[in-house]
Design a protein around this ligand. Structure first.
Ligand code: GAR
Length: 215
């Protein structure tokens, strides 16, 4: 059983998808902690209702001393026995020190087909660029933001009438599929990183791997 910690800053819908997956019979992972840098993050209340241990580490308490902030987060994660850390809309950049502490045990979800459109407001960026496909990516975290070995992706069409909101909603549905899937694979010990590329043992057909949202 893999112990998973989830870091959030807001509504936490991906966190909810992971928790729900962990509550299924025979799930190979459990959520041992939901941690937020914001006391009013909507997702925290939901996690508490589920009986999950929650922790708040307000970044504002640390006067821009990022490493001191991260040291406390690190201690909290150790205390709850986390073995895998999942970013789920955690809106603070983490330093190379923290990334190194959790290297290969630290993953993120991002609402674009990386390496296209890292950063913020990426649905609008995909529309403005005229991309015909966007999607989402689960990847191991490396020092560079929204960068690292890709575990799973799902592609989503960008429609002519899309706004950032409609596209984000379509992508989010796929996020809720591929994030639990990726954590399951890791918890089942099926994921290896070779030369910064991810290989999934006993994966089904490539289509189901790369685009579980395809209709
Ligand atoms: C999600 O769309 C996630 O992919 C994105 O923030 C949103 C959080 O929503 N993450 C990033 O942009 C990371 N660069 P949620 O709180 O409902 O899971």
């Amino acid at each position: 059983m893999l112990n998973v910690a989830i870091l959030i800053s807001g509504r936490g819908s991906n966190m909810q998808a992971l928790v729900r997956e962990s509550q299924k019979e025979n799930a190979p992972f459990r959520v041992v902690c939901v941690l937020s840098n914001k006391a009013d993050a909507a997702g925290l209340a939901w996690a508490q209702e589920q009986g999950i241990h929650t922790v708040v580490v307000p970044h504002k308490d640390f006067n821009k001393d990022r490493q001191a902030f991260e040291q406390v987060i690190n201690e909290k994660l150790q205390e709850c026995g986390a073995q895998l850390v999942c970013l789920a809309g955690f809106m603070r950049l983490l330093t190379p020190w923290f990334v190194q502490q959790w290297r290969d045990r630290f993953i993120n979800i991002h609402p674009s087909l990386l390496p296209a459109f890292p950063g913020l407001d990426v649905q609008q960026k995909a529309i403005d660029y005229g991309a015909k496909l966007s999607g989402c990516t689960v990847h191991f975290v490396r020092e560079e933001m929204d960068h690292g070995p890709i575990i799973a992706q799902a592609a989503v069409p960008v429609l002519p009438e899309d706004t950032a909101e409609t596209l984000a909603a379509r992508i989010l549905k796929c996020e809720h599929q591929i994030y639990p899937q990726a954590v399951n694979w890791i918890a089942q010990n099926r994921v290896s990183i070779i030369n910064e590329k991810v290989f999934i043992a006993d994966a089904k057909a490539p289509q189901s791997l790369t685009n579980p949202c395809a209709e």
